[in-house]
Design a protein around this ligand. Structure first.
Ligand code: UDX
Length: 430
């Protein structure tokens, strides 16, 4: 099928590359000329395992194209995906400006019937709004379908090609079936719903997962007071299939481009309908507090953090990405800096992005080698559990440090082993 995808961010690029790999002819459209030029040379601007290979292969085999020419892309495609950003506006709502702009461009340039597929995360009711808008501009038959993405950064390609579920929300059965055909090669069950339900499924799923994390973090804080170990508790809970094991890892809270934004947006949507999302609100509050729990632990270790050298291992909001959006490390580093600590930060991939977000932070320096960073350090905080940090030689690290204090904010190290090496190991909730 002839498809175009508007927006070459994480979602658009992954969707475009994967759909072309399934045999479709896909044109990815973006207004950013430099980005399009780079993509045409095979350079993928984001760090996403497996994506560059997929882009290069399908581009070489002439199934995947990149262009700034939206008119041509629209006129050559029967199916048009919208995967542009929906950043959070000041009131916490998802900003629809870019989605609307693309929809208008499609309507103004449509030369035949089209299906617009909305992949961006948008407020409930957006498909209807977009459909009404395009139909007011063109007389060509245009249907709008909601097809939310459930991609995790770092495993986005696999998540697209091996999804747990595909959700297609449509008003028109024929359009729903046409979009369903795109996903048929994946061999997964497709859930057909109304567009409103599809839009809600996305928000409800992310808010639920975020709630699971905040819930276990609250339990973790209580475990610390009562002598229980949250890892054992999570294991015991997770064995009940109704609860499930996933997303019960206590730590320094959640970050990223989705959970914080979607949790805020869902509350805003509710407010716009005179409702209050009490649980979702609590999820957000617990998460804000949880991000600085590692710093609170250090405050209890030292009379003052002023002048202390603290190593922060891992900066990205999670491993295997360079994404720093809403990363817990940012809150940790800002809190440490405020108290006059000297911070030595390390990340295998996200250093450049971290430097931008944390520009001007007092007392912050970056290091590449953890062993060098550990020299004369008063404490280490593991903020993001990159594989590189799981296999560190802590006997060697300990020899470099001034005091062997380790805050394991993702509960990844073996407490007994570290204690054997003379470390004071502090996990979260244990
Ligand atoms: C998430 C959803 O998982 C995905 O389905 C959706 O499409 C986009 O948002 P992503 O933001 O890439 O994906 O990351 P994810 O792996 O879900 O982790 C989000 C955050 O939660 C990370 O900061 C992670 O460290 C944290 N987390 C996750 C926990 O603190 N504990 C857990 O048990 C799981």
């Amino acid at each position: 099928m002839e498809i175009s995808v508007f927006g070459t961010g994480y979602v658009g690029l992954v969707a475009g590359a994967c759909l072309s790999d399934l045999g479709n002819t896909v044109t990815c459209v973006d207004i950013d000329e430099k980005k399009i030029e780079a993509l045409n040379r095979g350079n993928v601007p984001i760090y996403e395992p497996g994506l560059e290979e997929l882009v290069k292969k399908n581009h070489a085999e002439k199934r995947l194209f990149f262009t700034t020419n939206s008119v041509e892309a629209i006129q050559n495609s029967r199916i048009i995906f919208i995967a542009v950003g929906t950043p959070q506006d000041e009131a916490g709502r998802a900003e629809l400006k870019y989605v609307i702009q693309v929809a208008q461009t499609i309507a103004k340039n449509a030369n035949s019937p089209k299906i617009i597929v909305d992949k961006s995360t948008v407020p409930i009711g957006t498909a209807k709004k977009v459909q009404d808008l395009v139909r007011s501009i063109t007389s060509h038959e245009i249907d709008v379908v909601s097809n939310p993405e459930f991609l995790r950064e770092g495993t986005a390609v696999r998540d697209f090609l091996e999804p747990d579920r595909v959700v297609i929300g449509a008003y028109n059965e024929k359009s729903a079936d046409t979009i369903g055909l795109l996903y048929k090669p994946l061999g997964k069950e497709i859930l057909f719903t109304s567009p409103e339900s599809a839009e809600m499924i996305k928000y409800a799923s992310n808010a639920f997962l975020a709630t699971k994390i905040s819930f276990i973090n609250e339990i973790a804080n209580l475990c610390e007071k009562t002598g229980a170990d949250v890892c054992e508790v999570a294991m015991g809970m997770g064995l009940d299939p109704r609860i499930g094991k996933q997303f019960l890892n206590a730590g320094a809270g959640y970050g990223g481009s989705c959970f914080p934004k979607d949790v805020a947006a869902l509350q805003r949507i509710a407010q716009d309908h005179d409702l209050e999302m009490k649980i979702v609100h609590a999820t957000q509050q617990v998460n804000a507090g949880q991000k600085i729990v590692p710093v609170e632990k250090l405050r209890r270790e030292f009379a003052s953090l002023a002048g202390k050298k603290i190593v922060v291992l891992g900066l990205a909001f999670k491993p295997n990405t360079d994404d720093m959006r809403e990363a817990s490390s940012v809150e940790i580093i800002r809190a440490l800096s405020k108290e006059g600590a000297r911070i030595c930060a390390i990340d295998p991939i996200a250093e450049e992005n971290a430097k931008k977000i944390l520009a001007g932070t007092k007392g912050l320096e970056f290091e590449k080698d953890p062993y060098k960073a550990a020299k004369n350090a008063d404490a280490i905080i593991l903020a993001t559990e990159w594989n590189e940090f799981l296999e560190l030689d802590f006997a060697r690290i300990g020899k470099e440090m001034k005091s062997k204090i380790l805050v394991d904010a993702r509960n990844v190290y073996d407490k007994k082993t570290l204690m054997g090496l003379g470390f004071k190991h502090q996990g979260i909730g244990r």
